[in-house]
Design a protein. Structure first.
Ligand code: ATP
Ligand code: MG
Ligand code: MG
Ligand code: MG
Length: 350
């Protein structure tokens, strides 16, 4: 019997588009002799549309999006649940980035329905999505980080000037201002003076009520891929070299200007430390399946962890799959491995 995979993609998130390319790539990597794929497209508004069973790889993104039939006009989540009740999915692959998907919400739904799913748990996903919670967990795991401050909207609005002063004192310019719950650099900007800082906070507040401000660091950006459950493996390291001011949304997905160097040139002891830290970061958020761990490495080889991403970019040209490809795990094998890890974890929980 073929296994039934539900492929969840799109999503009510500022990272919706990124997920579309990933979904297409994953259907092309699935072994259709072993699996039937059910595309489940979530619109930007958050409507769920269960598509027809795919018996061969999707050729275009439109093919994956164009899944509404007349009887599906309701386009809601009950259709997903009914489909599962009639003929259960063996596993769901939540290929969703950002809020409403990478943050534990969808994982919660899948838990309640008792469906095995790829990747991190409710807790791990939520902890990895909220940069403040993540930083606090990393602190407890003694992982070095750049200094930071955080506040929520009402605190900022009450005491703008005091926050600016505080950040100037504890962090200094340049600073990086980020919405706490997002990814793909959406809402992030660099501030080099008080005026820019205020603007950057205002901008980030469009995406979240909680804001993180970090000391800007001049360092190389190094990423490692973690794969596994209780005893995860770590890939070779990769370096990101954006040609822009920093690794922003366009340099990630649009202009193709960013160089990915795999493996990154690093001293052996630095790489060993990074592997150890990537594993500790995975454990700190109670990771499962996969994370991409992002680091800063200075010219003196001081290492700071920036973040982990619980559903990192996953197209064949994204860092996470490329890191595994250079560690002798090609893309189709990686997809299969993630499905196996999901099933393993589900069985363990029973
Ligand atoms: P993604 O989830 O796509 O990896 P994100 O939205 O979670 O991204 P970050 O990784 O935190 O965002 O930051 C995006 C980019 O901004 C980094 O890759 C780096 O180029 C730059 N950056 C972030 N924080 C700092 C910092 N403290 N100092 C210097 N550069 C930074
Ligand atoms: Mg991130
Ligand atoms: Mg991310
Ligand atoms: Mg990042």
């Amino acid at each position: 019997m073929k296994k039934r995979i539900g492929l969840l993609y799109g999503g009510k998130s500022a990272e919706h588009e990124v997920s579309l390319s990933t979904a297409k790539a994953v259907t092309q990597a699935v072994d259709f002799n072993e699996f039937d794929v059910f595309p489940i497209f979530i619109t930007l508004k958050g409507e769920w549309r269960v598509g027809p069973q795919l018996t061969e790889p999707a050729q275009t993104i439109e093919q994956l999006q164009f899944t509404t039939t007349s009887e599906q006009s309701e386009n809601n989540i009950t259709q997903f649940i009914n489909t599962h009740m009639e003929n259960p999915f063996d596993v769901v692959f939540p290929l969703l980035h950002g809020t409403n998907g990478e943050d534990g919400t969808v994982q919660g739904l899948l838990e309640v329905l008792n469906i095995p799913y790829v990747g991190n748990s409710v807790l791990g996903s939520a902890a990895g999505m909220d940069k403040v919670v993540m930083k606090q967990l990393f602190e407890m795991a003694n992982l070095p980080q750049v200094p930071y401050e955080f506040f929520i909207r009402s605190e900022w609005e009450r005491e703008k000037a005091a926050w600016i002063k505080k950040c100037e004192k504890t962090l200094g310019y340049p600073m990086f201002v980020k919405p706490a719950n997002l990814g793909s650099s959406v809402g992030i900007s660099k501030a080099t003076n008080a005026e820019e800082l205020e603007k950057a906070v205002q901008f980030a507040l469009q995406y979240d009520r909680k804001i993180v401000i970090e000391q800007g660091i001049k360092a190389r950006e190094i990423e490692l891929a973690v794969l596994g459950n209780d005893t995860p493996n770590v890939s070779v390291a990769g370096e990101i070299k954006p040609m822009t001011e920093f690794y922003d949304y366009d340099s990630k997905y649009k202009d193709g200007s960013t160089a990915l160097i795999i493996p990154a040139e690093l001293q052996a002891n630095v790489y060993t430390d990074l592997v150890d830290m990537a594993k500790r970061a995975f454990k700190a958020i109670d990771g499962a399946g996969l994370v991409r761990a992002d680091f800063f490495v200075t010219d003196n080889n001081d290492i700071f962890i920036n973040e982990v991403n619980t559903m990192p970019g996953f197209t064949p040209v994204s860092m996470y799959p490329l890191l595994w490809q250079h560690t002798d795990v090609p893309y189709p094998q990686l997809v299969k491995e993630l499905i196996n890890l999901a099933l393993e974890r589900h069985t363990e929980k029973q």
